[in-house]
Design a protein around this ligand. Sequence first.
Ligand code: BGC
Ligand code: BGC
Length: 826
Amino acid sequence: MRKHLSVALASLLLTGTALAAEPAGTAHPTLWPTARSQGLVDPATEAFINGLLARLTLEEKVGQLIQADLDHIKPEDLAEYPLGSILAGGDASPIGGNNRSGPGPWIATAQAYRTAALAPRPRRTPIPIIFGIDSVRGNNNVVGATLFPHNIGLGAANDPDLMRRIGQVTAQETAAIGADWAFAPTLAAPRNDRWGRTYEGYSEEPAIITRLAGPMVEGLQGKAGGDMTVQGGHVAASAKHFLGDGGTHDGIDQGDTRVDEKTLIKLHAQGYPKAIEAGAMTVMASFNSWNGVKMHGNKSLLTDVLKGRMGFDGFVIGDWNGHGQIPGCSNDSCPTAINAGLDMFMAPDKWKALYHNTLAQAKDGTIPMARIDDAVRRILRVKAKLGLFKPERPWEGKHGVLGSPEHRAVAREAVAKSLVLLKNNGGVLPVKPGAKVLVAGDAADDIGRQSGGWTLSWQGTGNSNKDFPGATSIHAGLKQAVEAAGGTVELAADGQFHTKPDVAIVVIGETPYAEGQGDLATLEYQPGNKVDLALVKRLKAAGVPTVVVFLSGRPLWVNPELNAADAFVAAWLPGSEGGGVADLLVAAKDGKPVRDFTGKLSFSWPKTAAQAVLNQGDPGYDPLFPLGYGLTYATAKPVPTLPEESGVDAASANRDNFFVRGRTPAPWAFALSADGKTVTPGGDGEASLPTLSMRVVDAGGVQGAGRLLTWTGTGAVAITGPALDLSTAGLNNRALLLEFQGSGAPQGPLLLQPVPGQGGIDLAPLLTGGSGLQKVKLSQDCLKKAGADLKNLPNPLRLSSQTPYKLTLITARLVADPTDATCPVK
Ligand code: BGC
Ligand code: BGC
């Protein structure tokens, strides 16, 4: 009997269908598409690498495997530590420390690290560093650069030739500051629009990603097999994030993609063969897991599929301490990742300890020599193909490359091609020649808002128009076009006009966000606080035909706004060239549109705020506007009045996110209590009692992301909402994740005490470690030990102290992966 069973199992395994006996996260390469890197391997280059490999010491080899972030390493450090790469993370500043710098300081920075790496030293073979930067929508970290629409808009434009030109411009503006490598393109297929990185993907639909991936890589790198050097104005691309980043459960950033292998291939892998065939020099491993297994440690995918089946000859770079999330690893030690196929660690801050540990692991054989040599070979290959061993850098410092008129023209074209016309009742658009136009909405004259995340700062927050010399706001573009056609423009963000307009253009939408902070509970726009809707309705009541230009990183539920407006344009996150909006909205002097809309939705638009998972081809697919929708002037049909029920029950919408980096989504709220009194913070996040207060502070480099709690005596802070039953399916496996910054050791207990006055466990042991950002996952068992009734938990977090203390809280949410959850009790 047993024998029969195992025979049956073996034959099932052979057909690749039954996976029961295998560990989760095992891929079967023969099921995957094949590909072959083009233009990376040639005999001369390999001979050159052989020569180098023969000379490098083990220390030098291990150094190549490590990348550090600008903010955490000085050029001098490279004298002792022969690292292979430097990156500029989203919030990194060039030398001198100004996060908002033009090309000058960036060039000086790239040169300083390069010179330090190449300085002649005894017993050191000089190897150039490769300098990487998040040029994800143009060289977006540098003041004055051309900023293209984020990828969601480029998916709507869906124009391969345009992509190639965008890639070229991005490469030239990146090479111009002395950088070698763009961490782009993102090939994610975002399948849940709650995900805060949805806008970084071209489309929910793999066919669109597949169409754009190759041309973008080619634009950045030059044609595979042709000139791919920095001397030619090219930079290395990084296809990211391998694999399944857009498929995480509930759209949680860095979460778990729970799909079978077929689905992983069909939805999430399709762009990679195209990028590899186009010669992509690097691939970035993803933060997410596949069926519980972290990608940074998945050998079957990184090695067997990517390097084997897909024939990838470049190198695999990790993502920002992503290796540290593998069970058994930490940010400063992770042989598992290298053994799985990672070639270079992105180790922003812990690079030094990681170097020493990796060296020890190479010496004692934990990491085999052959694996080290293979990783180094791949890294040197990319450096050689990029021309980094040659001293000439003709593009570096080239005058006027950043934000040149030719480059901005490409971006403006991209903006015009990315806009999708959702509604145009009564032909209110295009704006007629000679019209009196009111431009309203708080995003109308705000280049930071129209740019979104990954713009000068990581989250895109803290920008003002003066940070964008040479750029054009949407208002400025409209004013130019309207006046050119004989009309006038009045700008009033709040809609309070002096002269009654013939038409109002209201620019509204999401405020900037990036990773983590952009994750949403539901797709409702402005839940509980529809100020923009009120503005549109006021204009309508005043008898003004109204056009909404909607800025967003994803489709959102906007039925009330769609109803209130006569015309509605999805403009995504267009970037620096606001003039591209006017090109479509304002008619020429002769009354004819300058150009017609060609943008089509690359993401399905929801009918209710609950339709976060809404993808073409899914069973029961029922969007408001399907993938591919987009009106034109030639074909517009009126959109009827839409139902205005959001479809989400505020209480159930948000079971797991209580407080995530500055947001307390409904139905959750803070409550402070002391001495029998309870207060809740208002819209400004502030509240105070005699012994306990709360205010909003910056945290983790993000504006307004934290709440500073100051105890001067006895008091408790709680997150309150409807009682949760943690025993129900979906919640029963969750752990409570807290992120905070302490202020040293508390003088007395700081209790996690879910029920007032009862039990509690002391978190003080977690708080002795100074003022750095700390993360802790508390198990459900821990909550129980603290006195919680897991079936009836109205305060998922409640902290109580009797002695003075200051604590900045950044995150409190339930997370799906309880593996390393702890409890600070003996
Ligand atoms: C960095 C980003 C990085 C992120 C990862 C930020 O502090 O600036 O570049 O992507 O951390 O969590
Ligand atoms: C992001 C990557 C980015 C890297 C460097 C990570 O947090 O996931 O997309 O390239 O940081 O900033």
